[in-house]
Design a protein around this ligand. Structure first.
Ligand code: PMP
Length: 384
């Protein structure tokens, strides 16, 4: 594959267009919902009363302990503090892991559709990318496709579960099959699990760290931005067996070194909130998702089922619309006044072009107005 220079992301582009045209922004994945007051108060208190100086390089002990406790309570995942490294958002955890694990000309397997940061980071590390595809409408990952992509030079596999943009999750048998492959070929797994706390269909998140063959060869990445709907805080983490964590910390040390101290305090207190806080938080998102899906369906749009993230995907062909998602996203923002993200933007080659991603993490009025606009657009489009 050729290596184009990184350009402005589709999220930036659509958000800018939304701003210019006054469109409702269901493109970029940020919540427009009440922010959790408990965390705001904890961070404010930390900023005014505690410390604004460098925290330890691997993160505040209080936050690392809180993460160990949270994963034990919420996912039954036994971790030690030694395995936890706090970073400036999940993005920095991904960058540090890729820089630590990829040497020039190492091969790295990425799965499409893929979150936009992976490819430029792997290339920046000098890695050679091999692409594997998940196919719509289920977006199932076939472990045989991973097996076919492996060569003696493969060092790293990057997975994302729950997946952005599709909102689908990898099941146990898929992860086990992948674990066997990683073990057989001595491959490290970088598993981006930032959407782990967003499952609103009653299912439970399955971390790659739960799979015995992957336990010591996985770097799991998480983000407080997603767990608490505070995307601007940029507090994330990498979790891995001590030797792996050590390698990633060595990169983090010269990328950002540390992450804002008061926000780390805020996140630590947030993670220690009682279980029912998380249930209520999730319910708000479940309601928003149900509202958008119902509205879209009533307007004749076909929405693909999914489990997590703050997104749903519309199947354009099934909705009776043209299947050029990039063009449709442009038309929608200008003619309907709604910004969405084309799923084809999550591909480096041979994109699927028949799906649009919409963010439902918005207030009722915003969702209702967006649905009304999309309903009008579809009627006009089908009349034309
Ligand atoms: N990975 C995925 C799959 C994401 O969707 C995002 C944010 N949209 C990130 C990583 C980045 O997370 P953070 O803001 O914590 O850097």
């Amino acid at each position: 594959m050729t290596a184009p220079a990184p350009t402005t992301t589709i999220f930036e582009t659509m958000s800018r267009l939304a701003q210019e045209t006054g469109a409702i922004n269901l493109g970029q994945g940020f919540p427009d919902m009440p922010e959790p007051p408990e965390l705001l108060a904890a961070a404010a208190e930390a900023l005014l009363q505690r410390s604004n100086q460098y925290p330890p390089m691997r993160g505040l002990p209080a936050l690392r302990q809180a993460l160990v406790g949270w994963y034990a309570r919420h996912q039954g995942l036994p971790l030690s503090e030694e395995e936890v490294l706090v970073t400036s958002g999940a993005t920095e955890a991904l960058a540090a892991a890729i820089l630590a694990l990829v040497q020039p000309r190492d091969e790295v397997i990425l799965v499409q559709p893929l979150y936009d940061a992976y490819l430029p980071l792997v290339r920046r590390a000098g890695g050679l990318v091999k692409l594997v595809h998940c196919r719509p409408p289920e977006w199932r990952l076939d472990p045989q496709d991973i097996a076919d992509a492996i060569s003696p030079r493969t060092r790293l596999l990057v997975l994302n579960t729950p997946n952005n943009p599709t909102g689908t999750c990898l099941d146990r048998s898929t992860l086990e099959a992948i674990g066997a492959l990683c073990q057989q070929h001595d491959i490290t797994l970088l598993c981006d699990e930032v959407w782990e706390a967003t499952l609103v269909d009653g299912s439970e998140h399955l971390s790659a760290l739960h799979i015995p063959s992957l336990r010591d060869r996985t770097v799991k990445v998480g983000s407080a931005g997603k767990i608490f709907s505070l995307t601007g805080w940029k507090v994330g983490w990498a979790i891995a067996a001590p030797a792996l964590a050590q390698k990633i910390a060595a990169q983090h040390q010269f990328l950002t070194f540390t992450t804002a101290t008061p926000l780390q305090h805020g996140v630590a207190q947030g993670l220690n909130l009682p279980e029912d806080w998380f249930v209520t938080h999730r319910q708000r998102y479940a309601q928003a998702k149900a509202r958008l899906v119902r509205g879209l369906q009533q307007a004749g749009y076909v929405v693909l089922p999914n489990s997590g993230t703050w997104f749903v995907s519309v199947d354009l062909a099934a909705s009776g619309l043209p299947v050029d998602d990039a063009q449709l996203a442009q038309d929608l923002v200008r003619e309907a006044g709604v910004a969405a993200v084309p799923v084809s933007a999550f591909y480096a080659d041979t994109p699927e072009t028949g799906y649009l991603r919409l963010c439902f993490a918005k207030g009722d009025e915003v969702l209702d107005e967006a649905v009304a606009r999309l309903a009008r657009y579809r009627v006009n489009q089908r009349r034309a």
